[in-house]
Design a protein around this ligand. Structure first.
Ligand code: MRU
Length: 345
């Protein structure tokens, strides 16, 4: 089966699988201007931290081509590249992707595209490697077989450049014959779990159920889950981790139940320049996303929505953080730096 391609570069355009239309329609959107890119990122046509890293990198090429067509100054180009970089604040990968290719602007658009393509290949390889590490860790720390795994939001190929992070670990465990069932939290308000993770489970034949976010704690405390695995949008230097709203509740329930709560991400999601979770900017989205669906309001007229898109799980509630380079158990002897630099001690 062909791997899902959420982000691609084709015919001088950034081509995105429109995730707002899934699972009903598989439609692609070509971005040829900075406005197109920023709009796609803000509407979650493309989402998930590693996928946003690729969008940041290719977004610079989009800006350069537009600069050529419209005769922008170097200053205007730089400002437009910053607009891509700042389109969403929480996932560090978006800014990281822009910053990675920025030094190649002087070499022309083909140099930027080449570096972006390298970034994509590295991300997919990182996902494969961290999935093996994460699966090994879970096999070593969970006794019951086959495993019942809970996940939150979508962290599969749709959220990355290929394979997936937390969902990549689930795929790896499934390939090893270890999965009994995946509990996919629906992930309110935009249903990345019910729409996207369920779609990816079905594509791969992974047994799954969708549950309301409000069911997660109870499912865990009733002993129906062996391990929870989630992705990350930014991992601070102390191990605090920002991820989709609802993640911290899963972590607290795992802590209470005494089961592992595992965070999986490529090293590009580790932000050593952010000291703690309190320093992570949490995206506040339009309140209408929690008072209406598909433009139809279900809350009373005039109801105000409060819609933080992410939360921060303190490192104390995380059993293990997995990247392609290391597994760190917060509170253990190996520091978070190893997630980026590799385990040396
Ligand atoms: O708002 P989203 O859909 O971009 O949020 C995505 C998440 O929170 C993911 O769990 C995270 O980016 C990791 S994706 C591998």
């Amino acid at each position: 089966m062909a791997e899902i391609e959420a982000v691609a570069w084709r015919d001088d355009a950034l081509v995105l699988l429109d995730q707002t239309r899934l699972p009903g329609d598989e439609v692609h959107l070509a971005c040829r201007s900075v406005d197109d890119v920023v709009d796609a990122v803000r509407r979650l046509v493309v989402r998930g931290a590693p996928a946003l890293g690729a969008v940041g990198a290719y977004g610079v090429a989009v800006a350069m081509l537009q600069a050529g067509r419209e005769g922008w100054t170097a200053g205007r180009l730089s400002a437009e590249v910053d607009r891509v970089r700042d389109a969403r604040p929480t996932a560090v990968n978006l800014a990281w992707g822009v910053d990675r290719v920025r030094p190649f602007i002087a070499g022309g658009v083909s140099a930027v595209i080449a570096e972006a393509t390298t970034l994509v290949a590295e991300d997919t390889a990182a996902n494969r490697a961290l999935s093996r590490r994460g699966a090994d860790w879970i096999e070593a720390h969970c006794v019951r077989r086959p495993l019942r795994v809970l996940t939150h939001c979508n962290t599969g190929a749709l959220a990355t450049t290929g394979w997936g992070t937390a969902f990549g670990i689930i795929r790896e465990l499934f390939d090893r014959g270890e999965i009994e069932r995946v509990y996919a939290d629906e992930t309110r308000p935009l249903l990345q779990g019910a729409r996207l993770t369920a779609w990816e489970c079905a594509r791969h034949g992974i047994p799954y159920v969708v549950q309301a976010d409000g069911a997660a704690a109870s499912t865990i405390l009733r002993g129906l889950v062996d391990v929870a695995v989630i992705g990350a949008d930014r991992i601070a230097r102390n191990g605090d981790t920002a991820n989709k709203i609802g993640s911290v509740g899963v972590a607290l329930a795992c802590h209470a139940a005494g089961i592992p709560f595992v965070v999986a991400a490529p090293s590009s999601t580790v932000d050593l320049s952010t000291a703690t979770g309190a320093d992570i900017e949490i995206e506040l989205r339009d309140g209408a996303e929690v008072t209406a669906w598909s433009g139809v309001a279900y809350a009373p007229e005039g109801a105000q929505g409060f819609n933080p898109a992410f939360d921060v799980t303190p490192a104390a509630y995380i059993s293990a953080v997995v990247t392609e380079r290391a597994v760190v158990e917060p509170g253990g002897h190996v520091s978070v730096e190893a997630l980026v630099k590799g385990e040396t001690s």
